[in-house]
Design a protein around this ligand. Structure first.
Ligand SMILES: NC(=O)c1ccc[n+]([C@@H]2O[C@H](COP(=O)([O-])OP(=O)(O)OC[C@H]3O[C@@H](n4cnc5c(N)ncnc54)[C@H](OP(=O)(O)O)[C@@H]3O)[C@@H](O)[C@H]2O)c1
Length: 345
């Protein structure tokens, strides 16, 4: 059996182990954690037109928050906005069109957003994708990596100055329990050397999101960062990317609203803000980022190296004369982790 098939089997076993559990887990939930009036607070949610992102946007809209829906498809985004406005009665819902696979555009979008808004309380990196074959974006970057990892990195880093000047800032990244089968790999971020297995590429990106969350938490103590696993929920992402798994497990999948519960809890509850920054959550609880006895553990140097590589890629994407234009955080590519976060070029 090849390594990849072996890892793929682990993923199926893992998904089975992680199935269900919402009803049991929710018995411990404290209902008043989500009794928060969000008027005057703004939330950016990527992929807010569908599944977990839409359920999150709906819940926040119902509580009076301002919602910035960042979506790639205008028709889908407008139609989701219409649903949200109709059901919540909240008209402070804004659509922004952005394809997260286009890395430079992500950067430009974030810079433009900063120039037009004085506050952003919460960023929810929810959009995610599994592109089945190896494809590259207009900058030559492998698309799964561009959407799930680099796009998340650029959006978050670029918005950090705005988040830092806002009240109780938080960043939530919707990762996946599937990342537990992947060790952080930084040598081949764009799957140029290994054979291409989209499920494993996706799981690797989700591992990278968890590592980035840990690094951001160390670097930016004024912001509360978290990553999370939504449980396995019935959304287009699962039915399209993993059709066999979907058919097998369909009756046991969570609703998108159940999948969104921990995202919402992390985004709005005072209880979540009291947890340590940089952790990985499922069902409103911190859960380990490695399986017991796992081979997936990584050193601080390795997680730091991921940030350095991300920054190297970001630097290449910088339009000419762009630093002042885009005002993006940059780092020295040599030196310690502390140098990276404290010494902008
Ligand atoms: N559902 C689960 O069981 C499960 C489990 C683990 C993790 N997750 C994670 O949960 C998150 C939400 O997924 P979901 O399950 O709610 O699926 P979904 O309903 O398919 O939502 C995915 C969202 O991401 C958007 N998106 C994908 N590629 C994009 C791009 N290049 N630029 C901008 N937006 C893009 C999609 O836009 P379009 O509608 O235009 O395609 C959609 O709005 C994802 O990060 C996923 O990896 C889900």
């Amino acid at each position: 059996m090849s390594d990849l098939r072996h890892t793929g089997n682990h993923l199926v076993v893992l998904v089975n182990l992680q199935m269900g559990g919402y009803e049991i887990a929710s018995r411990d939930f404290v209902a008043k954690d989500l009794s928060v009036n969000l008027e005057g607070r703004s939330f950016m949610i990527t992929g807010a037109n569908s599944g977990i992102g839409k359920a999150t946007a709906m819940a926040i809209a119902k509580k009076g928050g301002t919602v910035h829906m960042v979506c790639r498809n205008k028709d889908k985004a407008d139609s989701a906005r219409e649903d949200i406005v109709k059901e919540s009665g909240n008209t402070d819902i804004h659509v922004h069109i952005l394809d997260l696979s286009e890395s430079r555009k992500v950067w430009e979008f974030a810079e433009d957003f900063k120039s037009k808004h004085t506050s952003l309380n919460v960023l929810i990196n929810n959009a995610g994708s599994m592109v089945k074959k190896r494809e590259v974006n207009s900058e030559g970057l492998e698309k799964n990596f561009a959407i799930n990892a680099l796009g998340v990195y650029i959006l978050t880093k670029s918005l950090i100055p705005l988040l830092e000047k806002s009240k109780e800032p938080r960043v939530i990244t919707v990762s996946s329990g599937g990342m537990l089968v992947q060790k952080l790999r930084i040598a081949d971020l764009q799957t140029e050397k290994r054979s291409f297995d989209s499920t494993m590429v996706y799981a690797q990106n989700k591992r990278q999101q968890v590592v980035m969350t840990e690094e951001w938490a160390r670097a930016h103590p004024r912001i509360h960062f978290s990553a999370m696993h939504p449980g396995w929920a019935d959304t287009p992402a699962v039915s399209m990317a993993l059709p066999q798994l979907y058919e097998t497990l369909r009756s046991r999948l969570r609703t998108p609203e159940q999948g969104a519960d921990t995202v919402i809890w992390l985004a709005i509850s005072p209880a979540a803000a009291r947890t340590s920054s940089g952790k990985f959550f499922q069902d409103r609880k911190v859960v380990p980022v490695h399986l017991p006895l796992a081979w997936t553990r990584y050193s601080r140097e390795k997680s730091w190296a991921l940030v350095v590589r991300m920054e190297a890629l970001v630097k290449k994407l910088q339009p000419s004369g762009g630093r002042s234009q885009l005002n993006s955080p940059m780092v020295e590519l040599t030196g310690s982790p502390e140098d990276c976060v404290k010494k902008p070029l």
